[in-house]
Design a protein around this ligand. Structure first.
Ligand SMILES: [Zn+2]
Ligand SMILES: [Zn+2]
Length: 284
């Protein structure tokens, strides 16, 4: 089965809030990878207002629709929706979604920090609308607290939200946790935190799909620097991919979040896509 890559040409044509034009060399930079028959490129559609209104208030949507970055945000949300649906139904094995002006700081009635529509919210609501009350696990390894995602899924025991940020806490019935990653960590130390805090939890939770909100702002030299090296990111995705293979048929969708350094995006993202597309041992 294929790995889907969701990228719209508009993403490389503007200076987006916070992340700038870090995708300026995409998708050309993926040319060699895209020649592999296991990787398929999709230009996402905009998420519909009908679906977005399940997650965001009408007043907030009306305000965001007037902003210059709306189309980018709606295409990012649309890519997330389509990727999660194709992976859920088995049309794709897993997927990587490029995202601009959308992500984890967008809550029901607000958006900030460069993100003005939710990506995971519409994706999960779409799955629920079409396929019933499915369990979903979201892991957020951006440097910052995913306040918007947390607010959208608050009170929803079917969505596990594990956010790696600056504090340690467990909320509600244990389906909402934050893991402290403050300070400078080695790649191995961060990976160990994923294993001990997320992997064990997700094995008990038994979701049908895992969504990874992957910021590279945590990389050395970017604005949320946690001391991580570029090779941490494919290793983290490898870890989540094995976990997904073990518990949910390999269904994993990685969505890009923060990080503004183009050279880091150019280094990290192709490695992550390559990792997603690598055959697992059973298939080989
Ligand atoms: Zn961030
Ligand atoms: Zn958090």
């Amino acid at each position: 089965m294929h790995t889907g890559v969701f990228f719209h040409p508009l993403f490389s044509k503007k200076e987006w809030p916070i992340i700038g034009n870090k995708f300026r060399r995409f998708p050309e930079l993926l040319q060699d990878l895209l020649k592999l028959s296991r990787i398929q490129l999709f230009a996402p559609p905009e998420a519909t207002s009908q679906l977005l209104s399940k997650v965001h208030t009408l007043q907030f949507l009306t305000d965001v629709q007037e902003e210059w970055y709306y189309q980018g945000a709606a295409l990012s949300a649309g890519g997330s929706v389509e990727a999660c649906e194709k992976v859920f139904t088995g049309e794709l094995q897993n997927a990587f979604v490029f995202s601009v002006a959308a992500g984890h700081h967008a809550g029901p009635s607000y958006g900030w920090g460069g993100t003005y529509l939710s990506c995971s919210g519409p994706a999960v609501f779409n799955l629920r609308e079409k396929y019933g009350r499915k369990k979903v696990a979201i892991i957020d390894t951006d440097a910052h607290h995913g306040d918007g995602t947390r607010a959208i899924f608050s009170g929803d025991p079917l969505t596990l939200h594990a956010c790696f940020c600056s504090e340690s806490l467990t909320e509600e019935d244990g389906s909402k946790i934050c893991v402290d990653t403050i300070g400078q960590l080695s790649d191995n130390e961060y990976l160990e935190k994923i294993r001990s805090h997320f992997s064990t939890l997700v094995e008990k939770f038994e979701p049908e799909i895992i969504i990874h909100l992957m910021g590279h702002d945590t990389c050395k030299g970017d604005y949320g620097d946690r001391g991580l090296s570029p090779s941490f990111f494919p290793r983290a995705v490898e870890e989540l991919k094995s976990l997904a293979e073990k518990i949910c048929g390999g269904r994993l969708v990685v969505i890009s979040m923060g990080g503004a350094k183009a050279e880091l995006a150019e280094n990290i993202i192709p490695q992550v896509i390559k990792t997603l597309a690598q055959r697992n041992e059973k298939e080989a």
